[in-house]
Each structure stands twice: as C-alpha cells, then as structure tokens.
Design a protein around this ligand. Sequence first.
Ligand SMILES: Nc1ncnc2c1ncn2[C@@H]1O[C@H](COP(=O)(O)OP(=O)(O)OP(=O)(O)O)[C@@H](O)[C@H]1O
Length: 236
Amino acid sequence: MAETILQLEGVTAGYGPTHVLRGIDLTLARGERLAVIGRNGAGKTTLLATIAGLTRLHGGTIRLGNRQIERLAPYRRAWLGLGIVPQTRDIFPSLTVEENLICAMRGDASLDEAYALFPRLKERRRNGGTQLSGGEQQMLSIARTLMTGPEILLLDEPLEGLAPVICEQLMAAFEQLASDGRRSVVLVEQHADAALDFANRAILMSNGAVAWNGEAAELKRRSDLLHRHVGVAIAE
Ligand SMILES: Nc1ncnc2c1ncn2[C@@H]1O[C@H](COP(=O)(O)OP(=O)(O)OP(=O)(O)O)[C@@H](O)[C@H]1O
C-alpha cells in the first residue's frame, strides 16, 4: 500500500470565529490524485486553505509525512512540500513571467522544467503579469508553485473561466505532473467530469464536511450522489 503523505483528523477550521470545516478526516497517499467536488460554498477552498495554513484552525490535527504541521506558518508548510495554487492565482502583476518564477524558486527547481510544461510561458517570459491572458496567468500560477518543489500540489479550481482548449492543456499538464507517482495532487473543481477523469479518488463535500469518500470512477457512476451534492449529472 502506498505511503500516507497527508492526514487530517477531526479538522475544524474557518475564518475568525466562524467554523466552516466541521470535523474533516482525510488521508492522501503518495502519488494519489484526489478530486474534491461540491457545491459553491461547500468548503472546498477552505479545505485547501486550511491544509496550507491560511485559515483559523479551531481543532484537529494535520500531519505531513510524520510531522504534525497544523501549528506551522504557511511558508514552513511550503518548505516541507505543500504547494497551493490559489483560485485567485495571485501572480505579481509588476513582475515579468520569468521574475514571477525566479522569486519562487527553491532547491533544484529549474526554469527549463517550467517552460517544458508550459511552452507558452517561455514565449511570454518577458511579459508583465498584467499582459497575460487568463489561461497564461493560470499557467504561471501553477508553474510558480512548482518552483517551490511541492510533493503535494493543491489546485483550487484551476479551470475556472477558461476556454475548453486551455482547460485541455491544463489537464494534460496535471496528468504529466502526476505521472511519475511521486507527487500527489488534490484538485478542487466545478468541472466534475474532468476532475473525476483525472483523479483516482474523490471526496464530495457538503456543508463543511466530507459527505462521501471513495473511488473517482465509482463517483462518476453515482449520478444520484452527484445530483444531490453538486446538482450535475455526468454524461456517460
Ligand atoms: N474569508 C472568509 N471569511 C468568512 N467566511 C468565508 C471566507 N471565505 C469563505 N467563507 C465562507 O466559507 C464557506 C465555504 O466557502 P469556500 O470558499 O470554502 O467554499 P467552496 O466550496 O470553495 O465554494 P466555491 O466553489 O464557490 O469556491 C462559505 O459559506 C463562505 O461564505
């Protein structure tokens, strides 16, 4: 059985005094691809943000490998191998593409690898952050997180608002990133069909809790669950 790389137990978290996550238990194995599915406001972003240390933790534990990390600052979690690509992308608009990448670079990360994954970024390397299309900004946000050398990549709705052709390119890049089985990927996505095709495991979130946890392929067949928790049916 693959080694457990991330484990949440009884995690309750939110913003200030507000509780959004209510007792989350979750494990992630090395090389696993986990899809996180749920309606707007279910707590998907809050789950990723809590793993990355960006919310107020009210209770529970988070282990990364054999370390307990729930009290560590976000930058220390990043050093330990957690990389988050936020829904807001958060690229530095006054820096060029290359400068955005260089300022995140750690260890043996290389620009060549980032450019091999997203050749479009190489073409745009001297452009400022504000001169990029939405798809290019998303590629930059992903590539910049990769410069930190994450073992776990947390992707928050990376396809949101992007044209189908760009979505296909991004999904192909995720496939490539997960293909050697060393990196784990957690993908929060409204496009449940694309997320479930990519993932091997999935959770359904509802009202700040995990309502279902199992094989992604099984969830794809469970149109009753998808209907109830997401309001969509996936074409056969
Ligand atoms: N900064 C914040 N301060 C207070 N409450 C927040 C904050 N961010 C989110 N919330 C609340 O937390 C709940 C969960 O939000 P969250 O963004 O995690 O949901 P989500 O499943 O990611 O939804 P979406 O698909 O719309 O992004 C919502 O009720 C939301 O209003």
